[in-house]
Design a protein around this ligand. Structure first.
Ligand SMILES: NC(=O)c1ccc[n+]([C@@H]2O[C@H](COP(=O)([O-])OP(=O)(O)OC[C@H]3O[C@@H](n4cnc5c(N)ncnc54)[C@H](OP(=O)(O)O)[C@@H]3O)[C@@H](O)[C@H]2O)c1
Length: 398
């Protein structure tokens, strides 16, 4: 029996990677909400990075028998607190968990390309993957998407923009689609000058106007790198060329994205900014069940506004289109350079404006080559991180 075959009436078995993060905790909220419904889920595995206390709490609450922690030094604490539970520990622990545990469903919510090997394994195991971890597709879309097809797995987007496009497309492909338009809140620096953006502090960059998310994606939203990653994610998810993927600034974050079709009709998906909606949709697809997310009170909404993005102040978007057109390892270089630069910014080693500059430099300095296997993508990822980390070491902040 393949992991995707369901036994009648048995709850589907779910693994949550990145369970202690923003998407992970929202996923477990949705799982709690779905208890007792036709889409009840049994959580059989949880993976996290370092937050051992929350992982222990989650494992107890959901009676989970397999847990993974990336920080190997925390394994003994887990084992002591969770007798009878199998503990995987170390950088490969999420991958080992997915290899060892039988499950039909997986939510990929690790932050960064650290989530790639485990998600790739889930694809090879034919699982249904709710994908929040966009960095996986950006870094290795050219091997992840064929693996999904080859192993009869399913990839359901959790990112709100891609969930919106997925719902609007409803299976339409090719010439039927004129273009897709990803909405962007514009982040905290939507109205800021180039100079203010260049020198923004960590606190300013972490102050997102509409979404409550983990620190890395919040910084990505401020630099528009998040939208750049989403452009590349959309390219792989919906098999669209770069000239059919557009971005529009929509500060209210109510229209989550839209599709323009060949006949000039436009379909959009709307809702309050609450990730539990796309998470639940990914877990119950194609059915819709009573939601646990916020309800949209239309009387409180004063207006929906849209404006084109400013490519001069936010150079990340242009890079995304170049990455799609370059292909090969360009995605892995782009993503890893950004991860390393964001890390350096959060540690106050570089200015905010240098994030995009460092990513552009890494793309110019490291030649892209075809991605034939996972190791090629991971090698490009390491190269780009080394490039950025070495450049940061030479940076002197005035
Ligand atoms: N937050 C959102 O609203 C949102 C929306 C759309 C898409 N996404 C995407 O979803 C992903 C997660 O975002 P987030 O905001 O939930 O991030 P987050 O709050 O920072 O959570 C990241 C999760 O990954 C875990 N983790 C980190 N390194 C790991 C490793 N090496 N192995 C296993 N687990 C590891 C963390 O564990 P510890 O906390 O225990 O260290 C945490 O559980 C990102 O790819 C992001 O772009 C997020």
């Amino acid at each position: 029996m393949s992991p995707n075959d369901k036994q009648p009436n048995a709850p589907r078995k779910l693994i949550v990677l990145g369970s202690t993060g923003s998407i992970g905790t929202n996923t477990l909220d949705v799982v709690g909400h779905l208890k007792g419904t036709s889409h009840a889920l049994e959580v059989v595995g949880l993976a996290a990075g370092r937050n051992v206390d929350l992982l222990i709490k989650q494992a107890r609450e959901f009676d989970v028998k397999h847990v993974a922690i990336a920080d190997a030094g925390l394994a003994s604490q887990l084992k002591e607190a969770l007798p009878g539970v199998t503990v995987f520990a170390g950088e490969q622990s999420a991958l080992e968990l997915v290899q060892a545990v039988e499950a039909q469903e997986l939510v990929a919510a690790v932050v960064g390309s650290a989530g790639l090997p485990a998600t790739m394994c889930a694809a090879r195991r034919g699982m249904t993957i709710g994908l929040a971890n966009k960095e996986t597709l950006v870094a290795a879309g050219s091997i992840v998407t064929p693996a999904i097809r080859e192993h009869n797995a399913k990839l359901i987007p959790v990112d709100s923009e891609h969930s919106a496009i997925f719902q609007c497309l409803d299976g339409q492909q090719g010439q039927a689609i004129k273009r897709i338009v990803l909405t962007a809140s514009g982040g905290p620096f939507r109205e800021a000058t180039k100079e203010q953006i260049q020198n923004a502090t960590v606190a300013e960059a972490l102050n997102h106007p509409t979404w409550d998310m983990g620190p890395k994606i919040t910084i990505d939203s401020a630099s528009m790198m998040n939208k750049a990653l989403e452009i590349i994610e959309a390219h792989w998810l919906f098999d669209l060329p770069s000239d059919k993927i557009d971005v529009i600034i929509h500060p209210q974050s109510v229209v989550h994205s839209f599709v323009e079709f060949a006949d000039n009709s436009i379909l959009a998906q709307l809702g309050p900014p609450d990730m539990r909606t796309p998470i639940q949709y990914a877990l119950t697809y194609p059915q819709r069940l009573e939601g646990c997310s916020r309800y949209m009170d239309w009387t409180e909404l004063s207006g929906l506004t849209f404006q084109p993005p400013d490519h001069d102040r936010f150079g990340a978007l242009k890079l995304a289109y170049e990455v799609i057109d370059a292909g090969g390892t360009a995605g892995a270089i782009f993503n890893a350079a950004n991860e390393a630069a964001v890390d350096a910014f959060l540690k106050e080693k570089i200015r905010f404006g240098q994030i995009t500059d460092l990513v552009a430099q890494a793309l110019s300095a490291i030649p892209a080559r075809p991605v034939d296997c996972l190791e090629t993508a991971l090698e490009a990822d390491r190269q780009a991180r080394d490039y950025v980390n070495n450049t940061v070491k030479k940076t002197v902040l005035m």
